[in-house]
Design a protein around this ligand. Structure first.
Ligand SMILES: [Zn+2]
Ligand SMILES: [Zn+2]
Length: 274
């Protein structure tokens, strides 16, 4: 038995036992998994603006609004959507039944839910992913798909990164305000606005310095550095920690150790040099 998917503008049918169609469910989980990455890039955009100042005037209708206001607004909207759904699930009474994928025991479920995430977007998104069975089974999940989807699309528009490239910072040649995006593997980056050229290696070092103090799980760090360190796997990072080459810098809300991205980069550079 099928019925129309209640997510706005979704043309697909949904199986009778699901609240939204499989594609909308999968899209919601993908969006949540991308929040950590979006948060890092939005914060990079904010820190860039505070360093470069506001010396360039309006360039087009789209960029007339100061860039950092767009990033700030995207962060606010995303935070409010994530926190809203966190509260929604916490406020729900624990229901009997197989909600928790791990053990379906109502008190265990309650224990998982009552442990609050750290106060950052990535942690709240990870908490929601951990509660995905409750989220996808929620009677209002169509609203979650709409609301979180819109917030994440807004964040992606602010970052506006062409696919298969990495953000390489502002150009700054003769005050050029354009953002640079480098193709993976390229050694020279050419500014699409002024034609100025930049060393990809120097820009990569700049980017690594920007993210050095961010903390992440082994999996998140391996994913974040995938384009720059193709052979790096989460188990390699866990192995470095096990052998004491890098230190735990705390834990996420699931008890997984967090490492500093800069520590991992320093260790990899040491191995290449030695
Ligand atoms: Zn749908
Ligand atoms: Zn330029």
């Amino acid at each position: 038995m099928t019925a129309p998917c209640p997510v706005s503008a979704c043309p697909r049918p949904r199986p009778g036992h699901l609240t939204v169609c499989r594609a909308c469910s999968a899209g919601l989980l993908r969006d949540l998994a991308d929040v950590s990455n979006l948060e890092t890039h939005l914060e990079l955009t904010l820190s860039r603006q505070s360093r470069t100042g506001d010396r360039h005037g309006s360039r087009s209708a789209d960029t007339a609004l100061p860039y950092d206001e767009r990033a700030r607004s995207a962060l606010t909207v995303l935070r409010s959507a994530l926190v809203g759904w966190y509260r929604q699930l916490v406020d729900d009474e624990p229901r009997p039944g197989p909600i928790c994928r791990q053990c379906s025991h109502p008190s265990c479920l309650w224990l998982h839910r009552s442990r609050p995430p750290a106060d950052n977007l990535a942690a709240i998104a990870r908490w929601l992913l951990r509660q995905r069975a409750a989220l996808l089974g929620h009677q209002a999940v169509a609203e979650a798909v709409d609301e979180l989807g819109a917030a994440i699309r807004q964040a992606r528009r602010v970052i506006d990164r062409p696919p298969a490239t990495w953000y390489a910072g502002p150009c700054r040649v003769d005050g050029c305000p354009a953002d640079l995006y480098a193709r993976h593997g390229a050694t020279v980056i050419r500014c699409r606005e002024c034609g100025g050229t930049h060393s990809a290696i120097l820009r990569e070092q700049w980017l690594m310095a920007q993210v050095a103090d961010h903390l992440g799980t082994a999996t998140e760090i391996a994913r974040a550095l995938a384009a720059f360190q193709p052979g790096l796997t989460p188990s390699m990072i866990r192995g470095y920690a096990h052998r004491g080459r890098i230190l735990d810098r705390g834990q996420d809300e699931l008890g997984r150790p967090l490492y500093r991205i800069g520590d991992v980069i320093a260790l990899l550079n040491e191995r290449i040099a030695g």
